[in-house]
Design a protein around this ligand. Structure first.
Ligand code: GAL
Length: 410
């Protein structure tokens, strides 16, 4: 998105003017943003904190999707050596830390910024527990987009940007037939990416109804769900042999460089296109996986602020959280990240066509909880393992269905 940051919020500057260089408040921040676009985005927060007199200690833990970072964060919290701030997704990932009393709450900021009224319900269910807020929301990502290289599609004779799974498959057939050197579908072969692809196919086959039937009601008996498995299997025929283990941003790189035609991925991929100087609509295309009416599934990120005995930590945390939620912080960060701000009181008029879809959904509060949010961490993990097993073996559709039925009920 392209929106213009204004000057730093006056109140924040006033707050930080009191902090001299000698007592610069150190803040160790753990996150998993190591790709080009991600690193550029988090740098905006770091610069802003430093400009305010703080001292940002960046601690990125590699591994897209964040599994590795979350393990480090949880171990450090449990071991009494917590960082100042740590990234999680909107989800149940940090619920146990809240229950165990490991996190400071953000109720002062939440009250000042009126989060009760300003934030959508489905965001609040993730960050508000027993009446208190435990995480600052920094963005809204949508995990279910398909990205394309426009020059590659033109060369393959695809004249209209494909808008749904059937059209993407038809376009990939054309790529296969006309451009033998180009990979039709770039996929990072890691469990969390395979899970996103599976969810994409599920959305394409049944939209919101099927989503809730499967992840909320745990009912996998429909013909649409069976078709999801069949279509998912079909997609394998478009993926190259180098996929297993590949990082998501390398897959995006294949599309950026014209080595691949499509990638199914969240809009953090857009951060990579932006970082490479590419322009939406000219160099690359974006579409929601099931067409314009695809439910807008919540993705995105929060920071939590663990309790600590060290002096000054609470003050540093309060300033970090206020900066991350400030209008300037949200705009500067989200401009680079590919996501949109979680607040609707910033200038969102200049966003690109993909982001505009998200802005509309956010304003109309037309958001739908993710698989992560709807299921327990156990069921979520077991489901993702079942998806990955099916993708990476020749397991039959019947056997995969049985395994998934057990997984979702965990
Ligand atoms: C998601 C996160 C995004 C993006 C992605 C890939 O979990 O919400 O911000 O960074 O992982 O690393």
């Amino acid at each position: 998105m392209i929106v213009r940051p204004t000057q730093l919020v006056a109140a924040l500057i006033a707050g930080f003017a009191m902090v001299g260089a000698a007592q610069a408040q150190k803040a160790e921040v753990i996150h998993w943003w190591t790709s080009g676009g991600e690193a550029a985005a988090i740098k905006e927060f770091a610069n802003m904190y430093n400009k305010m007199g703080g001292s940002w200690q960046d601690n990125p833990v590699a591994g897209g999707g964040g599994g590795a970072a979350r393990t480090v964060i949880i171990n450090r919290m449990q071991g009494g050596d917590a960082p100042t701030a740590a990234q999680f997704n909107y989800s149940n990932q940090y619920r146990e830390a809240i229950t165990a009393g490991l996190l400071n709450n953000l109720d002062d900021l939440a009250k000042k910024e009126n989060w009760d009224a300003a934030l959508p319900e489905s965001i609040k269910t993730s960050i508000k527990v027993n009446g208190s807020y435990y995480a600052v929301p920094v963005n809204l990502h949508m995990p279910h987009w398909v990205w394309s290289n426009k020059a590659v599609l033109a060369k393959a004779g695809v004249t209209k940007d494909p808008q749904n799974l059937a059209e993407v498959m038809a376009a990939m057939d054309q790529v296969k037939a006309k451009l033998p050197g180009v990979v039709p579908l770039a996929l990072g072969g890691q469990g969390w990416q395979e899970a996103i692809l599976f969810q994409d196919v599920l959305l394409a086959n049944g939209g919101k109804d099927l989503w809730l039937k499967v992840f909320k009601d745990k009912d996998l008996s429909s013909k649409e769900f069976r078709k999801t498995l069949e279509d998912f299997r079909k997609l394998k025929g478009y993926v190259d042999a180098g996929s297993p283990g590949r990082d998501w941003n390398l897959a995006t790189g294949m599309v950026i460089e014209g080595k691949a035609a499509f990638q199914y991925m969240g809009d953090w991929a857009k951060g990579e296109f932006i970082n490479a100087g590419k322009v939406q609509g000219k160099d690359f295309g974006c579409a929601l996986v099931a067409g314009p009416n695809t439910p807008y599934i919540i993705g995105g990120d929060v920071f939590v602020f663990p309790k600590s005995d060290k002096p000054g930590v609470k003050e540093a945390q309060a300033k970090l959280a206020a900066m991350m939620y400030s209008k300037d912080g949200q705009v500067a960060f989200n401009n680079k990240k590919g996501s949109i701000p979680i607040r609707t009181d910033v200038d969102l008029t200049k966003v690109d066509a993909c982001a505009a879809i998200g802005v509309k959904a956010l304003k109309e509060r037309r958001l739908l909880e993710s698989q992560d949010q709807l299921m327990s961490p156990d069921a979520n993990g077991a489901m993702n393992d079942a998806i990955s097993k099916f993708w990476n073996s020749d397991q039959s559709v019947d056997d995969a269905l049985k395994a998934m039925q057990v997984a979702v009920k965990r």
